[in-house]
Design a protein around this ligand. Structure first.
Ligand code: FES
Length: 144
């Protein structure tokens, strides 16, 4: 093996060994948080902080009740709303679009109002909702 071949193999080896780190770093950007907080005696579970909700505009979380997407109530900024973000059309994950005042599905364009009701198909069923509230700096949800 000459010098050029050796450097080429070292380059391939270092690229291959760093690939899992790059993939992990990229995938963590789109991953929802998993909460490890226990379900309280009153049925509520912490899904994130008000600070994170203010910073990101929404909180996406997997907890014992299932997927949760929490937002500030557009009609009352002191309250929170939480839905199951699984689109009722074919199961994609909706996102809150503040400029459209709607949960929007990236797959086929369904839109849902902040209370989960369908405002634009093809979805026909509303998003499942949770009871949500703020206590101190924590956002809590409970299955409804
Ligand atoms: Fe959401 Fe089709 S999966 S509109």
């Amino acid at each position: 093996m000459n010098r050029r071949e050796f450097i080429g193999w070292v380059g391939v080896g270092s690229l291959a060994s760093s690939l899992p780190v790059v993939i992990a770093a990229c995938s963590s950007e789109t991953k929802s948080q998993s909460t490890t907080t226990p379900v309280r005696a009153d049925g509520f579970q912490v899904v994130g902080t008000v600070a994170d909700l203010d910073k990101n505009g929404q909180l996406l979380n997997d907890n014992t009740a299932g997927k949760v997407l929490a937002i500030k109530d557009p009609s009352n900024n002191t309250k929170v709303i939480a839905v199951n973000p699984t689109c009722t059309h074919k199961g994609c994950v909706v996102e809150w679009k503040q400029d459209q005042n709607a949960f929007v599905c990236p797959c086929h364009g369904s839109k849902f109002a902040s209370d989960g009701k369908v405002t634009n198909g093809p979805a026909e069923q509303p998003l499942a909702t949770y009871i949500a509230k703020v206590e101190g700096n924590e956002v809590l949800v409970k299955g409804s």
